[in-house]
Design a protein around this ligand. Structure first.
Ligand code: USQ
Length: 399
């Protein structure tokens, strides 16, 4: 299949380009390389060195024996998107070209507006360009489990049957996002669902959980082909941050009680799931939703697992609770479905500890690089709009 990846330079986009190519797909991509700038803006860098796009493309050519067509460009530039689609005529478009951080979107008014403008208009341009030049293509849009929030009932995959005043209907499950970033994904979902209904486009909305890890299956040893790994308060996700903190003997930063529960999945599973979605398109006019995660854990449980794996590997790690900079439920019910991908053949990794060992082994050689950013590991972006570094509220007595 011909697959277009929006956001091909990112944490997911760069390994996905390789994963799909290795499976015989023809891949092209675009990116404005903004992730590199955002991480620098918040005073950090990737723990795993990231090579220039030219170096990445050269390594790709050497490994796969073919060119990866890449254009640097902005998805807010409609002509750029439309012309690229018109030239390439993709069978599938994977939209990973968005600003992915909840805390970044909560910094101030400008960051909130930037996030929603960038994410919503970029996806809208993709929908219009599909309608105009490649209406047969399948959009695989990355949504987030965070769109649903943490309701006190089970979470279905996108839609549920509801009875109200004696009548029944199948309706979108209510969204209760927890940041301006997460709300941008809700707005995208609505626009995508609407475009499928009125123009007959087809789309898969992937409600992805929190991704962690450094590796994908069949990865090359060439460091130019490895993906980035962020650990700052904005672009580092919980487990990735905990592992980076552990290798420099910084306490693991559990926010609040740590009872916040989310679906998590290793990077290698994310590749498998996105590929399953690409290779099994829905029919014309269909908008379908996949919940994509491996297992649900509370942040407290995760910190405990990271602590235990570190101890086995001779790495000292403390777990501390900090006052939570976010406004989110800290103790709650959480039971989302994830049947659709399993039906398509998704085989979850299941061994979080093995994945953590691999990640810690990958990070240890970059200890000095990570240690330079020690001062910024405790969060200071707060949901109430103030900027104050979180304080330790309790030390966890990890067993
Ligand atoms: N958390 C901590 N300590 C930390 C970092 C995070 O306790 O050092 C807690 C947060 O308070 C939150 C949970 O861990 O309750 C998850 O936070 P996160 O930063 O790992 O993930 P989140 O902000 O939800 O966003 C990430 C990705 C985003 C994706 C989302 C999937 O950045 O792109 O959409 O995961 S989900 O969480 O399912 O919405």
């Amino acid at each position: 299949m011909k697959v277009f990846i929006a956001g091909i330079d990112g944490y997911l986009g760069w390994p996905l380009a390789q994963y799909l190519t290795a499976r015989g797909h023809e891949v092209v991509g675009a990116d404005l390389l903004l992730r590199r700038e955002w991480v620098a803006e918040v005073g950090s860098d990737s723990a795993i060195p990231v090579y220039s796009m030219d170096e990445r493309l050269q390594a790709f050519r050497q490994r796969y024996g073919k060119e990866l067509v890449f254009r640097k460009g902005d998805f807010l530039d409609y002509a750029f998107v439309r012309d690229f689609f018109a030239d390439f005529q993709p069978d599938a478009i994977v939209n990973l070209g968005q600003m992915p951080s909840a805390p970044y979107s909560m910094i101030d008014q400008q960051h909130a507006v930037f996030t929603q403008h960038n994410n919503v208009i970029g996806n809208l341009n993709i929908l219009w360009a599909m309608k105009e030049v490649c209406p047969e293509a399948h959009l695989v849009k990355l949504g987030t489990m965070g769109e649903y929030g943490t309701p006190n009932i089970d979470i279905p995959e996108g839609f549920f049957e509801i009875e109200y005043r004696g009548r029944k209907d199948v309706l979108p499950f209510p969204r209760q996002a927890g940041s301006f970033y997460h709300w941008s994904k809700v707005h995208d979902s609505n626009n995508t669902m609407f475009a499928c209904r009125i123009w007959g486009l087809r789309a898969t909305d992937i409600m992805q959980g929190v991704v962690f890890g450094t590796r994908v299956d069949d990865e090359s040893d060439d460091p130019r082909l490895h993906t980035r790994l962020d650990f700052d308060q904005c672009f580092g996700t919980a487990i990735n941050r905990f592992c980076c903190q552990a290798v420099i003997d910084h306490p693991l930063t559990v926010y609040g009680t740590g009872g916040q529960t989310r679906g998590f999945l290793p990077l290698r599973d994310s590749m498998q799931c996105l590929t399953l979605a690409v290779e099994n398109p829905p029919k014309h006019g269909e908008y379908r939703v996949f919940n994509q995660f491996e297992e649900c854990y509370s942040v407290r449980e995760l910190a405990q697992v990271v602590y235990e794996v570190c101890r086995e590997m001779g790495i000292h790690a403390d777990v501390l609770h900090y006052d939570n900079p976010r406004m989110e439920k800290q103790e709650h019910y959480y039971n989302p479905d994830r049947k659709h991908l399993i039906d398509l053949g998704y085989q979850p990794t299941h061994d979080v500890r093995a994945e953590l060992r691999i990640m810690l082994r990958d990070l240890l050689p970059h200890k000095t690089r990570i240690a330079q950013f020690r001062e910024i590991l405790v969060p200071d972006i707060r949901w109430d709009g103030t900027q104050r570094r979180s304080q330790v509220i309790e030390a966890e007595v990890a067993k």
